[in-house]
Structures are given as structure tokens and as C-alpha cells.
Design a protein around this ligand. Structure first.
Ligand code: HEC
Ligand code: HEC
Length: 152
């Protein structure tokens, strides 16, 4: 008897829930992050990447230890990276200076970016396309508010 009662009660609750969701319309401007109707084609404000020369760019604070540092300087002259040309490496591949950053000079890529050992180091293939992990920067406003804070 107890079981039957519970079954009836849950069936009733299920029916109420179903009819309630039936009335809930999802508005076409609350489906995505852009806050306009999905039927509109929004044009986000145009933005430009930093156009600072590497010599004067300085470096940006890191969000947490081991985070890939953000690219502080212009990248338009150095991209795209392809199989024949990697401008980033022309400045940042300095295996004999790993860990020896000098202000205003290209930060040498860390040991994690090479394979091999001792003096016999080669750039690791999985680090070749730098912009997979290192992002160029712009002053564009964030699309969605968030509470991210960099690690102290
Ligand atoms: C002409 C030389 C040059 C080229 C080409 C170049 N960089 Fe740089 N890069 C620099 C210099 C110089 C700095 C450091 C500026 C400073 O310390 O004031 C720097 C800084 C950086 C940093 C920040 C490092 C840190 O310590 O926080 C990253 C990441 C970076 N570059 C990535 C790239 C990527 C990716 C490319 C290719 C798209 C690239 N760079 C191309 C010279 C260059
Ligand atoms: C798979 C992701 C990934 C790719 C691809 C990658 N990096 Fe990094 N990079 C990182 C991370 C994570 C760090 C911070 C931790 C570390 O040093 O290993 C870093 C650190 C660095 C640093 C700072 C080194 C230091 O001693 O502070 C430089 C400069 C750099 N990368 C340049 C490059 C360049 C140039 C390329 C392309 C040839 C590249 N990276 C490709 C993830 C990546």
C-alpha cells in the first residue's frame, strides 16, 4: 500500500513537472552568449591586437605558475607559422640561454619546448605552432563577465 501511494505521488509530481516545463518558453535571445536573438547576425566591435614592437613590449603578468605567457608584442609580422617558416623561433629558440631571461630581449623558450638533452636540443614538434598555447593580446572588452583572478 505504501509503495502504491508513493508511486501515485511520484506520477503526480512528474505530470506537474511536465506541464510546468511545457509552459516554459526559451527565448531566442537567451540561447547563446551573445545576448541577442539567434536570428540576428551580431557584429562584435572591431578590435586590434597590440602592435608593440618586441623591443618595447615588456612582458605581461602570468595568470598562474606554469601558464603559457601571453604574447606581449605584435604578431602580424610573424604569423602564420608554417612548415617552412617560423618567425617566433628566429627570436625565441635559444637553447643555450634557457632560464636566462634578460629584460627587453626575447625570453628563451623553456626546456619543456625541446627534445633531446645536454647541448643536443631540438624544438619539440608539439611546440612548433606557438599560438596553440600563447595568445596575442588586445584591449577588447570581455564578452561575458567572469570572476577570474590571477593566482596571488
Ligand atoms: C623580432 C624578435 C621576436 C619575434 C619574431 C617574436 N618575439 Fe616574442 N618576444 C620578443 C621579445 C624581445 C620579447 C620580450 C620583451 C621584453 O622582455 O621586454 C618577447 C616576448 C614574448 C613572450 C612573453 C615571454 C615572457 O617572458 O612572458 C611570448 C610568449 C612570446 N614573445 C611569443 C612569441 C611568439 C608566439 C612569436 C611568433 C608569433 C614571437 N614571440 C615572435 C621578440 C620576438
Ligand atoms: C602546447 C602548448 C605550448 C606550445 C605549442 C608552445 N608553448 Fe611556450 N609555453 C607553454 C607553457 C605551458 C609555458 C610555461 C611553462 C614552461 O615554461 O614550460 C611556456 C613558456 C614559454 C616561454 C617562457 C619561458 C620562460 O623561461 O619563462 C616562452 C618564451 C615560450 N613559451 C615561447 C614559445 C614559442 C616561441 C613557441 C613556438 C615555437 C611556444 N612557446 C610553443 C606552452 C606552449
Amino acid at each position: 500500500m505504501k509503495h502504491k501511494l508513493m508511486l501515485v505521488a511520484s506520477l503526480a509530481a512528474f505530470t506537474v513537472a511536465c506541464s510546468a516545463t511545457g509552459d516554459l518558453a526559451v527565448l531566442d535571445d537567451s540561447l547563446g552568449l551573445s545576448q541577442v536573438s539567434v536570428f540576428d547576425v551580431p557584429a562584435p566591435a572591431a578590435f586590434e591586437y597590440r602592435d608593440l614592437d618586441p623591443k618595447v613590449a615588456g612582458v605581461l603578468p602570468r595568470a598562474w605558475e606554469e601558464a603559457p605567457p601571453q604574447i606581449p608584442h605584435r604578431v602580424d609580422r610573424y604569423l602564420p607559422v608554417n612548415a617552412r617558416l617560423n618567425k617566433c623561433l628566429e627570436c625565441h629558440e635559444e637553447p643555450d640561454k634557457i632560464g636566462n631571461k634578460q629584460s627587453g630581449k626575447p625570453t628563451p623558450m623553456s626546456a619543456s619546448h625541446y627534445i633531446g638533452s645536454g647541448k643536443d636540443l631540438a624544438v619539440a614538434n608539439n611546440r612548433y605552432v606557438c599560438t596553440l598555447c600563447h595568445a596575442p593580446q588586445t584591449e577588447a572588452a570581455t564578452l561575458v563577465d567572469n570572476t577570474f583572478q590571477k593566482a596571488p
